[in-house]
Design a protein around this ligand. Structure first.
Ligand SMILES: *Cc1c(COP(=O)(O)O)cnc(C)c1O
Length: 416
């Protein structure tokens, strides 16, 4: 790269990523192959529209690429229709809402402090401007309260029921949600769409290690860069042809212009990687590592959620007398990257929080083992107990651990 200024910054970021332990649950490392596709010349092409129906000439190969990405997405999630154009998970949600609802319609989603996403009705997001949000919550054990959801449906009569979260560590019973909605629709005669935003758990779904929301929801949205290990982006899935047409119009021309075909090519590569048996092995390791770190922290006496997926929550306020912000800052002194997170019933402000969210999708992509995950729990516990001085001391141990892992710029997931 001739631009030395940019090249140097990228080099520093590469070093940071290699040296540190990345435990942010929404992050992951795409393969060299995914990044090659992302950096390809496909970025030069305008292709507004869809394969076979473009507003520009010269789309022969672009159509082939997008069709390949669509077909692979369909096989990966066992679904009839896929739109691979959303630039991000938030864009996919915007398009899903618009495809299903009129402005001002009512959406029933999880309380944001209990693990929902900004686009699920936050006052600072477009979503709350366009739609009226009402919320369901968690029970006293911080699990989804299915009976509470059913009650809320009859009280609120929403037009759409939304499931899928950013910080929920337990399995989600999509089948039970479908049954609740069917019962509600039959009794009241009112149509209520079922939308699942599986941004976080898409990799677990793809590996067949949890219920597939595509079997139960009207529409499913996802990101492609979290547990799926693809490029930064979004997708929309449905089994209903009528809805697939509405979704396509809603993505382009309603919410987006020209698709990012280089990213779509990278999505195709990632989906191919995700279709391999080795991806199932990877995803099982993610779950195993998450559980191992979670169990170890619990055994040290920390107040943690348990976990059924790739993440869990730590109540650092009760465990260590720290806010989430303080805990995040302490760990970052040792090059362990996590994010503060609100927990069920949190009394702190969102800028402070009482919790941390910890996930193992990224670390496992580099080769983190179960033993490493337990060692990481021990590092976290000592640092949060010991403060700044201990954090500085532990940094070397962190670098030593990550030096035994694969380098992020050399990751390849497809066999030769
Ligand atoms: C990450 C996430 C999104 C948004 O993804 P972006 O690509 O950052 O816009 C949407 N919904 C959920 C549940 C998420 O976790």
């Amino acid at each position: 790269m001739k631009d030395k200024e940019v090249a140097e910054i990228i080099q520093e970021e590469t070093r940071r990523q290699n040296q540190g332990i990345e435990l942010i649950a929404s992050e992951n490392y795409p393969s060299v192959d995914v990044r090659e596709a992302q950096g390809s010349i496909l970025t030069a092409k305008y292709a507004e529209g869809y394969p076979g129906r473009r507003y520009y000439g010269g789309c022969v190969y672009i159509d082939e690429i997008e069709n390949l990405a669509i077909e692979r997405a369909k096989s990966l999630f066992h679904v009839a229709f896929a739109n691979v154009q959303p630039h991000s998970g938030s864009q996919a949600n915007f398009a899903a809402y618009h495809a299903l609802l009129k402005k001002g319609a009512k959406i029933l989603s999880l309380d944001l402090n209990d693990g929902g996403h900004l686009t699920h009705g936050s006052p600072v997001s477009f979503s709350s401007d366009w739609y009226q949000f009402v919320h369901y919550g968690l029970d006293e054990t911080s699990h989804l309260d299915y009976e509470g959801i059913e009650k809320k449906l009859y009280e609120e009569n929403p037009d759409l029921f939304l499931a899928g979260y950013s910080a929920y560590p337990y399995a989600i019973d999509f089948r039970r949600m479908r049954e609740i909605l069917d019962r509600y629709q039959e009794k009241t005669g009112k149509r209520c769409y079922f939308l699942v935003d599986m941004a976080h758990i898409a990799g677990i779904v793809a590996a067949g290690l949890c219920q597939n929301p595509c079997d139960y929801a009207d529409v499913v949205t996802s990101t492609t860069h979290k547990t799926l290990r693809g490029p930064r982006g979004g997708i929309l899935l449905t089994n209903q042809e009528e809805l697939s047409k509405k979704i396509n119009k809603s993505v382009f021309p309603y919410t987006q212009g020209g698709p990012l075909e280089h990213i779509i090519a990278a999505k195709a590569v990632a989906f191919q990687e995700d279709l391999q048996p080795s991806f199932v092995t990877y995803m099982k390791k993610v779950l195993e590592n998450t559980k191992a770190c979670n169990d170890a922290l619990f055994s040290f006496g920390a107040k943690v959620s348990s976990t059924d997926n790739h993440l869990f929550l730590v109540n650092v306020k009760e465990s260590y007398g720290l806010t989430g912000r303080e805990a995040e800052n302490l760990l970052s002194l040792a090059d362990i990257t996590v994010n503060k997170n609100m927990i069920h019933g949190d009394k702190e402000k969102p800028k402070d929080t009482s919790g941390l969210r910890i996930g193992f999708a990224a670390a496992t992509s580099r080769g983190c083992t179960k033993e490493d995950a337990i060692a990481i729990a021990s590092l976290i516990d000592s640092i949060l107990k010991g403060g700044e001085k201990v954090a500085e001391e532990k940094k070397e141990e962190v670098h030593h651990l990550t030096s035994s892992w694969k380098r992020i710029e050399e990751l390849r997931y497809l066999e030769d």
